[in-house]
Design a binder for this molecule. Sequence first.
Ligand code: TYD
Length: 205
Amino acid sequence: MASGKFITFEGIDGAGKSTHIGFVADLLCKHGLKVVTTREPGGTELGETLREVLLHQKMHLETEAMLMFAARREHLAQVIEPALARGDWVISDRFTDATFAYQGGGRKLPLAKLEALEQWVHPHLQPDLTLLFDVPLEVARTRLDATRTLDKFEQEKADFFAATRAEYLRRAAQFPERFQVVDATKTIAEVRQALAHIVSSLCAG
Ligand code: TYD
């Protein structure tokens, strides 16, 4: 009987989630589990093409939301659903909560429209665990790598990220059974300790 679980990593740009994905993947491997690590938008050839467009081209905000879900549809069909069906564990760097936070919170698209797309694309699947890396905006800003060109989202203003963060936190409160909010202002070692604790309870459950 397949028993793979689906873990998503979320947080505003600069929260530091990417630093911890490899750590969690290694922990799961040490528990003897097979792990597929992937990301959104992206994770498939078509999804990575859509990512390029989404991160660098201006477009209507509804087009943006629909392309996020189009990339996700492909990602689910080609990567996430087959892996879970095999019994593998899947770690995705962002998933649908990011669309609610960025397109719903940040861009203020009505949440009902996003819920309709979610119902269409994955009516029955939700992550088993969503790790929300939470930091105040000022901290996130200082962590964005100043040496590279910022993408379309990273160039947004503080009020966009305040609304994005607020929507993430609202969802964490709405779905406490799957969300774990990680205080990402802590040191890497402290965050890892918290992650190790969360992951071992998930493996035991
Ligand atoms: P991110 O995951 O932060 O990658 P990197 O660490 O390489 O910068 O970048 C993806 C960007 O896409 C991020 O700014 C959030 C945005 N995004 C949305 O706006 N909506 C979505 O549904 C998803 C998945 C991502």
